[in-house]
Write a protein that binds this ligand. Sequence first.
Ligand code: URA
Length: 210
Amino acid sequence: MSKTLTVVDHPLVQHKLSLMREKGTPTAVFRQLLREITQLLAYEITRDLPMTRKPIETPMEEMEAPVLAGKKLALVSILRAGNGMLDGVLELIPLARVGFVGLYRDEATLKPVQYYFKVPEDLSDRLVIVVDPMLATGNSSAAAVDLLKKAGAGNIRFLCLLAAPEGIKRMHEAHPDVPIVTAAVDRGLNAKGYILPGLGDAGDRMFGTK
Ligand code: URA
């Protein structure tokens, strides 16, 4: 994948995203919509996976059938909101390995600090798809990708639901090699780093914590 930003403007994605943005959408519906949109976005982010052919027999005859070339995949969720995107991708790619990165913001330095990091061992052999619904300031996303590169990952893609221009710029500066796929690019951030018009706190909305 060479393009560094892909906005998936498919009507189904845009319709479901509008339902997610509405503040009255219940938690269970929000989660289901996120799962569905994630699958449509995953379709786009995996569009150029390498293929090979293998001989199979249909009930009619033999053929050389196209199959995935077996490139190994890892999904990495940025806690906690990334977990809302995991199951959707895993349904499509059940053999993917899964990792988790947890970061919090140090209130003194405002820098992201790692509190959890557990990823598959052989990251250097895998295509790594990082999932986090909201690319806001981009600080935690850029820090998560830093950690994954230090752990050996060399082929990373970033999958989100909504992106702010600030977050895209931050990621492009820090990691120009990492393509971003999103359903929309919103206007910008408010003073607290929330995306506008956005959809609020994705973690709270999917887990019902507020
Ligand atoms: N994280 C969220 O959950 N929402 C935002 O708008 C920004 C970051």
